[in-house]
Write a protein that binds this ligand. Structure first.
Ligand code: NAG
Ligand code: NAG
Ligand code: NAG
Ligand code: NAG
Ligand code: NAG
Ligand code: NAG
Ligand code: NAG
Ligand code: NAG
Ligand code: NAG
Ligand code: NAG
Ligand code: NAG
Ligand code: NAG
Ligand code: CU
Length: 821
């Protein structure tokens, strides 16, 4: 995308680390509110976020007035304040820590850094300064064994572009807080599988993508066919204010035989001022460029594609174009009737009445938060929240009844792998941590993204010597499901238990898509991860694309793609020594002492363990026959069964359809299976690296290299789980994909972990006794029912009314409820 490398940043949302550096003890300084989506990473094809809204927003009429600040809020949404038992060792850097690191980096002559504000494509700059997660052994020594808090280190990414061979450099800098006397830097190589001689360097294929690529390459090429673009679409893409076309293409770039090759295509710019519909407006003309190296004069235009015909030169394309009989197809043009997301169409019956809404209980929130440490307690659960540029929120030290169940639960990478008849769709496979989930985890909309009464936390990310705060970008709330977690009824009683759950949520808008991540905790001790996608699809030009998508407009194809999102689940079931048991429902033909000499067709359980990493990569079984159980073989319950947690799909999941993808090659081996189990290692903290797309054959982290046959028998294990969807957008994805269909989830549920269901612990249950058409007892377990008129009358439970039909006795109904047992 045509995006300036460094944008002017709104002073309202940033803390200048240079200023803070002078006030190094001011650790409590906080950025002010009013976030704006102003920062964009320089990128290649990804539809990046524009920092300016073209056109007039004010013309739109608001139907809601701003709240009168002096009126009381409807809710006291603040969670109960508590003090975390330990420091959050997974938290982001304090402002002063980051400022110290930045100041120190600028003082090291070997980095030859230029401040971001003044850096060109040929200067070195600082891309990232954030906390390195402590190694697990160090964290556990502190969290479990009263050791000292682990030494803090900063991860630094430098963008080394003052060279013909630009590269990203990952550094480990510290210890923190930084001081001239003790500060050191070293290449951050231990998390990488590509160790060799690279020293934490990853080549940068995008060094010129925001500057020379457009000014010296794409616009001049576009200018050379301006007569054709005007004729086809009445528009040009020249880098001028009156452009009505845009140009961008594949991500990752083709990396073959030592060459770097791009395919780009033309897109119409949206005509409506507000709506972000460009990814719905492909125009069907593609061109290929060899952009190896940093000298645009050495780059080569290698051909054009239109209507599935390839032309090797501009001349050949031009000649064909102006030859009578040349077939021209139509354009995709935005208008609000199909590409805008505002309400349209007939209003549905009664839809103008206010819909039902969930509210807090009468006494307010029922969970506790240490906002400074991002520590949360709800019912018998507790956990810490972390946040990173690459992957947004993460959860740490998740405990239930004081025992750790998961050391870490975190998104590691997300892939959107497209396919198509044209080279741009065929060549697109976004590895979204390149753009980052952290920078795009914007403020949530209360009452829409999360209940209005939710508790909100902020998150911060580093960019260009500043730290931005996304205000209210993480929400925490309890919610009552629309079904009870338990019920049973008989002729004499009915019992039911409220299914109240707790959720942590954030939404990241990475380009055209909005990913919603929800971690949910339930009264039975189970935990779920769910991801949903909305926003604008990236669509394809319709011509010749019918094997790769539905036709969704005259000139538009929904472009088939797989979403695969990799989560790290580092289980610790009653300690770190764990195993994975597979328990399969197996059909059998078998004879029994009691079956005569006949066999019976039936089923039984077959149990095996995943012995080594060689068996550690597999898919969910057909017909859900195999249970995947993370157990501790040395921790049995009173009945001799291994205590553990079962891992299973919650809603559908997906792994990548494409085998041995030509586009991502070795950069997304993590996407190949549903479930992948490795031995936990400090040197394998993440399944992917944000710059894997820059070297797809030899990426900094090749997940397949984690699998080296190690034993998984009572070891510290990590279960890597893929969520995802095989997305073939249809007309219902216009104007936006809806969260109700694009979703995927997995859950972890106790398996013989306790001797009974833990939801029995809640007092928010009822048991009604009744006879002869009257409720005779209502047990609410000490919970007083309010006089709220909306509360159901539990004394009105009657059971079945019976009217005798033979002999017919209409005037003497009586009460009698049957039950089977
Ligand atoms: C979030 O940031 C805003 C603006 O700086 C601040 O007023 C608010 O207290 C912060 N919220 C939390 C939970 O720290
Ligand atoms: C806001 O509400 C207060 C209290 O109800 C009222 O006195 C005041 O006039 C209101 N202000 C505005 C601008 O409506
Ligand atoms: C950028 O360069 C200008 C001109 O040399 C200088 O005045 C300014 O201080 C520089 N910006 C920063 C943040 O150093
Ligand atoms: C330092 O970077 C500048 C560009 O910012 C470059 O011109 C210069 O050659 C670099 N110096 C060294 C020693 O690499
Ligand atoms: C984590 O462990 C690795 C391997 O032992 C070591 O190289 C690295 O410095 C440690 N990282 C931190 C943050 O302590
Ligand atoms: C840690 O310290 C607490 C409080 O002093 C103590 O109760 C606990 O037993 C200690 N734990 C370990 C593992 O030493
Ligand atoms: C650290 O060293 C740098 C470069 O030599 C110097 O500018 C800075 O003042 C020093 N900081 C302290 C606190 O001594
Ligand atoms: C072509 O574009 C120009 C300016 O963008 C506009 O004035 C003109 O009406 C357009 N012509 C057609 C046929 O749409
Ligand atoms: C676009 O702007 C350029 C430069 O101002 C001008 O030469 C050109 O005629 C304009 N094109 C249209 C279609 O208005
Ligand atoms: C599709 O292209 C045709 C020309 O082939 C054009 O007439 C039509 O308006 C376009 N359809 C849409 C919905 O833009
Ligand atoms: C089962 O088969 C054996 C050998 O054919 C026979 O001796 C026995 O009587 C049979 N038992 C029954 C219960 O039919
Ligand atoms: C994957 O592709 C590489 C390179 O083309 C080839 O060597 C390898 O055999 C392929 N592997 C599979 C499993 O298809
Ligand atoms: Cu999709």
């Amino acid at each position: 995308m045509r995006v300036p490398e460094q944008l002017p940043l709104s002073s309202a949302v940033t803390v200048s680390l240079a200023v803070l550096g002078l006030l190094a003890d001011n650790v409590s300084a906080r950025p002010s509110p009013e976030p704006k989506a102003s920062w964009v990473r320089k990128g290649s094809g990804r539809k990046a976020i524009s920092n300016t809204l073209k056109g007039k927003r004010d013309a739109r009429i608001s139907t809601l007035s701003p709240r009168n600040e002096t009126q009381a809020s409807c809710f006291d949404t603040s969670a109960v304040a508590i003090t975390a038992p330990k420091l959050n060792v997974w938290d982001q850097l304090q402002d002063a820590e980051a400022a110290g690191v930045v100041a120190w980096l600028f003082a090291q002559p070997e980095f030859n850094l230029t401040v971001a504000e003044n850096a060109t494509a040929w200067d070195n700059s600082v891309l990232l300064v954030e906390a390195i997660q402590p190694n697990k052994t160090d964290a556990l020594a502190y969290v479990d064994n009263n050791g000292t808090a682990p030494t803090r280190w900063a991860k630094v990414v430098l963008d080394m572009r003052a060279t013909d061979s630009p590269y990203y450099q990952d550094l480990m800098v510290g210890p923190l807080p930084i001081s001239n006397a003790t500060a050191t830097w070293q290449p951050l190589t231990y998390p990488l599988t590509k160790k060799d001689n690279d020293q934490g360097k990853v080549r940068n294929l995008d060094a010129d993508s925001s500057d020379a690529l457009y000014s010296d390459w794409l616009y001049p090429i576009s200018a050379s066919v301006a007569d054709i673009t005007l004729d086809l679409w009445n528009g040009t893409a020249l880098g001028l204010a009156n452009d009505t076309l845009d140009i961008w293409g594949i991500d990752p770039l083709w990396q073959e035989d030592g060459r770097v090759v791009r395919w780009d295509t033309f897109w119409n710019l949206p005509t409506e001022a507000l709506f972000d519909a460009e990814t719905l407006l492909p125009l069907g003309l593609f061109f290929k460029s060899d952009v190896t190296g940093r000298d645009p004069s050495q780059w080569r235009l290698e051909g054009w594609l239109y209507n599935n015909i390839f032309y090797e030169t501009t001349e050949a394309f031009r000649t064909a174009y102006f030859t009578p009989g040349f077939v021209k197809h139509g354009a995709n043009v935005e208008d609000a009737s199909w590409a805008g997301t505002d309400q349209q169409g007939a209003v549905m019956p009664l839809d103008t009445l206010a819909p039902p809404t969930s509210t807090l209980g009468a006494q307010g929130t029922r969970f506790s938060v240490d906002a400074a440490q991002k520590y949360v307690e709800w019912m018998d659960f507790s956990f810490y929240i972390g946040f990173s540029r690459d992957t947004g929120i993460s959860l740490h030290d998740i405990r239930y009844k004081g025992e750790r169940v998961l050391y870490e639960l975190a998104l590691n990478e997300a892939l959107a792998h497209y396919a198509g008849n044209d080279p741009v769709q065929a060549g697109t496979a976004y590895l979204d941590s390149y753009y980052g989930f952290g920078p795009y985890a914007f403020e949530l909309v209360p009452g829409y993204d999360c209940p209005a009464y939710a508790t909100y936390l902020n998150s911060t990310f580093y960019v260009s010597e500043t730290v931005h705060t996304h205000v209210n970008s993480i929400c925490l709330f309890e919610y009552e499901a629309d079904f009870p977690i338990q019920r049973h009824s008989t002729t004499a009683y009915v019992a039911a238990t409220k299914n109240t759950y707790f959720a942590v949520r954030s939404v990241s808008t990475v380009g055209n898509y909005d990913y919603m991540f929800t971690y949910t905790f339930f009264l039975d001790g189970s935990i779920a991860i769910e991801v949903r996608a909305s926003g604008y699809i990236q669509s394809a030009y319709f011509a010749h694309n019918d094997e790769y998508g539905f036709r969704i407009r005259d000139n538009l194809s929904g472009s088939m793609h797989d979403h695969v999102l990799n989560f790290k689940a580092d289980f610790d079931i009653l300690g770190t020594a764990n195993s994975v048991q597979l328990m399969r429902n197996t059909p059998v033909t078998t004879a029994y002492p009691w079956s005569g000499n006949k066999t019976r067709n039936t089923m039984k359980l077959a149990r095996t363990f995943v012995e080594t990493e060689d068996q550690g990569r597999f898919n969910w079984d057909a017909n859900a026959l195999t249970q995947v159980l993370v157990v501790n073989q040395d921790e049995k319950n009173v009945f001799g069964e291994m205590r553990g947690y079962r891992v299973l799909p919650y809603t559908g999941t997906a792994h990548l359809t494409v085998e041995n993808s030509s586009t991502v090659v070795n950069a997304a081996r993590w996407a190949e299976y549903d479930v992948q189990i490795t031995r936990q290692k400090d040197t394998e903290p993440k399944s992917a690296h944000a710059y894997n797309s820059q070297d797809v054959h030899d990426p900094p982290i090749n997940f397949a290299d984690f699998f080296d046959g190690e034993s998984l028998d009572q070891e510290d294990l990590v279960v890597w789980l893929n969520l995802g969807m095989h997305h073939v957008p249809h007309t219902g994805d216009l104007p936006n994909t809806v969260f109700t269909t694009a979703h995927s989830g997995v859950q972890f549920m106790p398996s013989n972990y306790f001797t009974i269901d833990q939801s029995r612990n809640t007092v928010n249950m009822v048991r009604l006794e009744y006879s002869d058409g009257k409720t005779t007892a209502v047990d609410t377990f000490g919970q007083s029912k309010t006089d709220d008129i909306c509360e159901a009358d539990l004394w009105g439970y009657t059971g079945d009314v019976v009217v005798r039909k033979f002999p017919y006795d209409p005037n003497d109904p009586y009460y009698e409820t049957d039950s089977i047992v």
